[in-house]
Write a protein that binds this ligand. Structure first.
Ligand SMILES: Nc1ncnc2c1ncn2[C@@H]1O[C@H](COP(=O)(O)OP(=O)(O)OP(=O)(O)O)[C@@H](O)[C@H]1O
Ligand SMILES: [Mg+2]
Length: 250
């Protein structure tokens, strides 16, 4: 299901009008169904704010978000979000975290257990289903948190710097893992990252935002075949262009 943002502006109001902060300035773009679309931009430019507005967790001051042609006005079950900090419930085990959304939808226990077990197997978490988050590595926690979102079968997956706190190797592994999962499911993915290498490795397109108040500087098409080579000349060339744009304005 395609996603469209039309002239989305966000102003956080302060106590006095001069304390108002304009974060997003008429953001306008479209994401095609099944596309892997990334957003990069300087810290504090409003990326999380933008994802929260798309997810219906926050409201735009002006403009609108359309999903499959209809306006998003609140939390929308057609979208699922994966947060930067794993946001797992520490008092719930792996399987209990993964099945939580289904539980809230009152799916019978047997059914949700078997659905969660499928994810546990597919996500390489076998043997850890009854462990609590504190017994899992960072990479495993992030797999639990992705599983917990995908089990709800959202049509659009929103990811806010999901791999930011992982070491390089784990991050690379999870990028490959995510691409494999995405390739099978063909979800529409909107992925926020600070990391230009990651964006070039994963995305069909990359949108670069300016400093606050954030506007779109450019949207790059990444026409590289998959599986991608992180060190190929073409990857380096695109990376260079994105980095130059960011350092010019950021
Ligand atoms: N609830 C809020 N009230 C007031 N200002 C806010 C609120 N949430 C965010 N802001 C401000 O909006 C701006 C953008 O914040 P946001 O978290 O969206 O940035 P970001 O691009 O995600 O940054 P980072 O890359 O560091 O995660 C910041 O200046 C922040 O202080
Ligand atoms: Mg953020």
């Amino acid at each position: 299901m395609g996603l469209e943002l039309s002239q989305v502006t966000k102003i956080y109001s302060g106590r006095k009008p001069e304390e108002n902060v304009r974060v997003l300035d008429r953001i306008d773009f479209q994401i095609r169904k099944g596309e892997f679309f990334s957003i990069v931009g300087p810290s504090g430019c409003g990326k999380t704010t933008l994802l929260r507005i798309i997810a219906g967790l926050d409201q735009a001051s002006e403009g609108k978000v359309l999903l499959g042609g209809s306006e998003v006005t609140g939390i929308d079950e057609r979208m699922g979000m994966v947060f930067q900090e794993y946001a797992l419930f520490p008092w719930r085990t792996t399987i209990q975290n993964i099945e939580m959304g289904l539980e809230m939808m009152k799916i019978p226990k047997k059914e949700r257990r078997s659905a969660a077990m499928e994810y546990i197997r597919a996500f390489g978490l076998d043997g850890f289903e009854n462990r609590f988050p504190k017994a899992l590595s960072g990479g495993m926690k992030q797999r639990v948190s992705i599983a917990r979102t995908l089990i709800m079968n959202p049509e659009v997956v929103l990811m806010d710097e999901p791999f930011a706190s992982l070491d390089n190797q784990t991050r690379n592994d999870l990028q490959n893992f995510l691409i494999r999962v995405w390739d099978k499911r063909k979800d529409t993915v909107l992925f926020v990252t600070h990391n230009v290498d990651e964006a070039v490795y994963l995305s069909d397109r990359i949108m670069v935002l300016s400093e606050r108040p954030s506007e779109i500087l450019e949207i790059f098409d990444i026409n590289l075949p998959r599986p991608r080579d992180r060190t190929s000349r073409r990857s380096n060339k695109i990376r260079k262009k994105v980095l130059e744009l960011l350092s010019r304005k950021g």
